[in-house]
Design a protein around this ligand. Structure first.
Ligand code: THU
Length: 134
């Protein structure tokens, strides 16, 4: 969570003023950091979790994901409750979980307060779509 907060501080979120940081632990011990990267053309931006996951996928292609920690914070209000990851990021992370055949633990929080742990991505994404349907 400390590393997720560290990543959050470096987020580029001038439009939403909502910063998110993600710290992704790989099986070899590497921790890949990501944060949200926004764009004046709004849909061109990307969430913190996917920045981290795609960086890991690109640079450590055979290294399983062990866990991801996510910390979110709004510059408009203090989120004292855990902020869950968006559906698109759950879908993106599920791809890695399915491929590596091992659960990825997920931890998330707001700015202060409790941390929620999910034991797997699939536990947060029931009835999910995956490559077996293609
Ligand atoms: N955001 C994330 O980085 N992760 C999430 O799971 C939810 C939303 C970002 C996207 C956008 O830059 C800002 O938060 C507001 O939606």
């Amino acid at each position: 969570m400390d590393k997720a907060q560290e990543a959050r501080n470096k987020a580029y979120a001038p439009y939403s003023r909502f910063k998110v940081g993600a710290a992704l632990l790989l099986a070899n011990g590497t921790v890949v950091l990501g944060n949200n990267q926004e764009n004046a053309a709004f849909p061109s931006g990307l969430c913190a979790e996917r920045v981290a996951a795609y960086h890991a996928g690109a640079n450590f292609p055979n290294e399983p994901f062990v866990a991801i920690a996510i910390a979110a914070g709004s510059q408009r209000k203090t989120n004292e409750v855990p902020v869950p990851p968006c559906g698109a990021c759950r879908q993106a992370l599920a791809e890695y979980e399915i491929t590596q055949k091992k659960d990825i633990a997920l931890y998330f929080m707001g700015e202060t307060g409790k941390v929620v742990k999910a034991h797997s991505i699939k536990s947060l994404l029931p009835l999910s779509f995956d490559g077996s349907y293609l």
